[in-house]
Design a protein around this ligand. Structure first.
Ligand SMILES: NC(=O)C1=CN([C@@H]2O[C@H](COP(=O)(O)OP(=O)(O)OC[C@H]3O[C@@H](n4cnc5c(N)ncnc54)[C@H](OP(=O)(O)O)[C@@H]3O)[C@@H](O)[C@H]2O)C=CC1
Ligand SMILES: CC(=O)N[C@@H](CCC(=O)OP(=O)(O)O)C(=O)O
Length: 309
C-alpha cells in the first residue's frame, strides 16, 4: 500500500490548529507532531518540517513569516522542503502565493493543486469575497463601487487570548471594533473580490463562541445593467452550482449569527426591498469552519491529492 502523505501542523495547540487536526482524521494522511514541550523550539519544528510533505502554519503572522524563513533556508541549503499552507494573514495578498479559496474561479482548484505555497483565506474575507467576486466578474457591481461591509464574528475569531478573556470575564455582549478603518483583512478583500476601490469594513464581535455574518448593503439603482435582486441571485447560483460548501439560499426576515456553528458550509442570501431599490447581501458561516479549518481541509486535500476516506 502506498504510504500516506505526512502533515505537520505548526501551532497545533491553538484554536485553528486544533480544528484542522480534528478534521484531518477524515483524510488519508499521517499527522506528524512535535513533543508539546518543544512546540516552540525552532530545531524541533525544523526537523518536523523537513520530515513532512505539507506543513500547515496556524501561527500569528510574525511567527508564520519566521516559519516560512526557516523553510526558505532549508531550500537554500539544498534540503527537501514541504508544501506550505498558511492560516495567517501574512501572505494572503502575495502574488507568489496561491489564494486558498477553491470556489474563487474555475481555475482555482488546479492553481491550489499545483502550488507549493497556499494562503488560507481570512474568515471575514471568505464571506465578503464569496458575495462580491461573482457580481464584479459579471459586471453588475462596478469594480470601483464604494462598497461598505459590516460583519459580526463569534469570539473564537480572536484566538486563544480572546476566548480566555470572554469565557473568564463574560465579555461585552456586542463590540464594534476596527474603527480605525484599517482592519488587516481589507487589502485581502479588495484584491480577491476584484475591487479597485478600498472597501469600508466594520467588524464586530458578539458574546457567542463561533459563527459569523458578513453583510454588504447596496443601492440596486446604482448597479450596472438594471440588475434586479433575481439577477444577482441567479449569478451567485450559477457561480456556486458545483460547490459542496457554498449554497445560495432564500432570503429570511432575520438571520441568527451562530446557526452554522460546527459546519464547514457557507450560506449566501440576497435580501431586497424592491420599492426602495435596496438590497443587502449576506454570507453566514462558522468563522472556525469555512472561515478557517474547513477551508484548510479543502486546500490540504487539493495540495496532497487526497480525498476523505
Ligand atoms: N480563530 C480564527 O477564527 C481564525 C484564525 N486564523 C489565523 O490562524 C492563525 C492562528 O490563529 P488562532 O488559532 O486563532 O490563534 P491561537 O492564539 O488560538 O493559536 C496560535 C498558536 O500558535 C502558537 N504559537 C505562537 N507563537 C509560536 C511560535 N513562535 N512557534 C510555535 N507556536 C507558536 C500559540 O502558542 P501559545 O498560545 O502558547 O502562545 C498557539 O498555540 C492566526 O494567524 C489567525 O489570524 C485564521 C482564520 C480564522
Ligand atoms: C473576532 C476577531 O478578533 N477576529 C479577528 C480575525 C479573525 C481571523 O480569523 O483572522 P484571520 O482569518 O486573518 O486569521 C480580527 O478581527 O483580527
Amino acid at each position: 500500500m502506498a504510504q500516506k502523505p505526512t502533515v505537520f501542523i505548526d501551532g497545533e495547540a491553538g484554536t485553528t490548529g486544533l480544528g484542522i487536526r480534528e478534521r484531518l482524521l477524515s483524510l488519508p494522511v499521517q499527522i506528524h507532531s512535535v513533543d508539546p514541550r518543544r512546540r516552540k523550539d525552532p530545531e524541533a519544528r525544523a526537523d518536523a518540517m523537513a520530515a513532512c510533505d505539507l506543513v500547515v502554519l496556524c501561527l500569528p503572522d510574525k511567527a508564520s513569516r519566521e516559519a516560512v524563513g526557516m523553510i526558505d533556508s532549508m531550500a537554500a541549503s539544498g534540503g527537501r522542503t514541504p508544501k506550505v499552507l498558511d492560516a495567517s494573514t501574512a501572505f494572503r495578498t502575495s502574488s507568489d502565493w496561491a489564494y486558498g479559496f477553491p470556489e474563487l474561479s474555475s481555475d482555482q482548484p488546479e492553481i491550489i493543486r499545483q502550488a507549493a505555497r497556499v494562503s488560507n483565506p481570512g474568515c471575514y474575507p471568505t464571506g465578503a469575497i464569496a458575495l462580491l467576486r461573482p457580481l464584479i466578474d459579471a459586471g453588475v457591481v462596478p469594480s470601483d463601487f464604494p462598497v461598505a461591509i459590516n460583519a459580526v464574528s463569534g469570539y473564537t475569531g480572536g484566538g486563544r487570548g480572546m476566548i480566555e478573556e470572554q469565557e473568564r470575564d463574560g465579555g461585552p455582549p456586542f463590540l464594534l471594533y476596527g474603527l480605525g478603518l484599517a482592519h488587516k483583512h481589507i487589502p485581502e478583500i479588495e484584491r480577491h473580490a476584484g475591487l479597485t476601490r478600498r472597501p469600508l469594513f466594520v467588524p464586530s464581535v458578539g458574546h457567542f463562541p463561533r459563527g459569523m455574518i458578513v453583510s454588504v448593503p447596496l443601492h440596486l439603482d446604482l448597479l450596472n445593467r438594471n440588475a434586479r435582486a433575481e439577477d444577482l441571485k441567479r449569478i451567485l447560483e450559477e457561480y456556486y452550482c458545483d460547490s459542496a460548501f457554498i449554497s445560495v439560499c432564500e432570503a429570511e426576515s432575520t438571520l441568527i449569527a451562530d446557526a452554522l456553528a460546527g459546519s464547514d458550509k457557507m450560506e449566501l442570501r440576497i435580501h431586497c426591498n424592491a420599492q426602495h431599490q435596496h438590497i443587502v447581501l449576506t454570507a453566514r458561516l462558522d468563522n472556525l469552519g469555512k472561515g478557517a479549518s474547513g477551508a484548510a481541509i479543502q486546500n490540504i486535500a487539493l495540495m496532497l491529492g487526497v480525498s476523505p476516506d
